[in-house]
Ligand binder design. Structure first.
Ligand SMILES: Cc1cc2nc3c(=O)[nH]c(=O)nc-3n(C[C@H](O)[C@H](O)[C@H](O)COP(=O)(O)O)c2cc1C
Length: 366
């Protein structure tokens, strides 16, 4: 029975070949070799990258974005049953999961994973069989949790794998429980050789009043892991990232030193020493006075100063003095020193530095 299911699916997937990359939804074209996930035989998937000029970016300023996705890897029982099965098993991270994280990074939106209460087997054949049963009975698997306040979002990026020439039935549970009417919806999909198959039609039927864009990103399963650049470019072309992503990257390297009465926000440089400090946060730690221009604290672990730039400048500089292993917050001028390395620069609250005392919290900036 299992073999028959696999065979049927392999045949179906081979019939409907599709594109890889961000594109307007369209049929197949120039082929490139690929391996059928079920039969293991070489087949062909078209590669249409660069075929069409990207349409102009839409006006997306000020929209609130939700990135929703379903992926087998976080809907599977990842127990020790892996050795006991003959067919391939799920290996995290899932393809769609990876794509979703990149969309989230690029858009700065909120990420939501669709999870069923009754996870699927981690064995390929067993998962195919259960998914096929659910498809046959038009099931609506129960979902673990709901999106908090769907109304706040104007734009939804919806990611899914092709399951049985369509979508996992849990995607329909999601679409029926969340009203996407009037929202702009962008689809991204990872699949085997079956491509998008009927997935777009099925989603459109389930969310008839959503504005589903035909600028869909789809990706062959074996290319998912190396699709970061492509999917981020697709998000860019839709007009969602550019400035946002730069802001996100900067925000990801901002820390704050919070104390009774105020907070100082520092932008860290991209040195290994700054990375090592970030890796230790959050810290609740004692600040001490040193000389007449420094407030210092001792992070629990020494920082890696390989290739770190030397600190220079004046008030507002965040530095690391390697011989003592202390982080230095300057609130007045200082001289350079061959063992004093730059970690970053205050971007707000610089005036507070000289007044810090006692216990402070060092954490990611909000
Ligand atoms: C139950 C199941 C059914 C699938 N059905 C199809 C299919 O009909 N056509 C296809 O091209 N790929 C099919 N695939 C392959 C997945 O679409 C592909 O491996 C995808 O990249 C998986 O993404 P994920 O790792 O995020 O779940 C199926 C996979 C599973 C587990």
């Amino acid at each position: 029975m299992k073999k028959l299911l696999s065979l049927l699916l392999a045949m179906a997937m081979a019939i409907s070949l599709t594109a890889c990359g961000g594109t307007e939804h369209q049929g197949s074209s120039a082929p490139s070799p690929a391996i059928d996930p079920v039969s293991g035989q070489e087949t062909e998937t078209p590669d249409i990258k660069g075929e069409t000029e990207p349409p102009a970016a839409e006006d997306t300023e000020g929209t609130k974005i939700l990135v929703v996705y379903f992926s087998w890897a976080d809907n599977a029982i990842l127990a020790d049953d892996v050795d006991a099965v003959a067919s391939p098993s799920v290996i995290p991270p899932g393809n769609v999961q990876q794509l979703a994280v990149w969309v989230q990074e690029e858009t700065g939106g909120d990420l939501f994973a669709i999870r069923v209460t009754d996870p699927y087997p981690s064995d390929w054949d067993a998962c195919l069989e259960r998914a096929n049963e659910e498809r046959g009975s038009d099931a609506r698997p129960e979902l673990e949790e709901q999106v908090e306040d769907m109304d706040q979002y104007d734009t939804v990026f919806l990611g899914y794998p092709n399951w049985w020439y369509g979508v996992p039935m849990a995607l329909l549970s999601f679409l029926e429980q969340n009203d996407l009417s009037g929202k702009d919806v962008y689809l991204f999909c990872s699949h085997g050789t079956g491509g998008l198959a009927r997935s777009v039609e099925i989603i459109t039927e389930a969310a008839p009043d959503a504005n589903i864009s035909d600028r869909i990103f789809d990706c062959y399963e074996e290319e998912a892991a190396s699709s970061e650049e492509d999917i981020k470019a697709w998000v860019d072309e839709l007009g969602f990232s550019a400035g946002d992503s730069v802001e996100n990257e900067q925000a990801a390297r901002q820390i704050q030193v919070r104390f009774d009465g105020g907070a100082v926000v520092y932008e860290l440089n991209d040195s290994a020493a700054a990375d090592a400090l970030l890796a230790q946060l959050p810290l609740t730690i004692n600040v001490e006075d040193y000389s007449t221009n420094e407030k210092i604290f001792y992070p629990p672990q020494a920082l890696d100063t390989t290739a770190a730039p030397l600190a220079e400048g004046g008030a507002g500089v965040l530095a690391y003095y390697a011989p003592w292993g202390d982080v230095v917050m300057f609130y007045d001028g200082f001289g350079t020193n061959g063992s004093l390395y730059a970690l970053g620069q205050a971007v707000s609250g610089e005036a507070w530095i000289g007044q810090m005392s006692g216990t402070v919290t060092v954490e990611m900036a909000e």
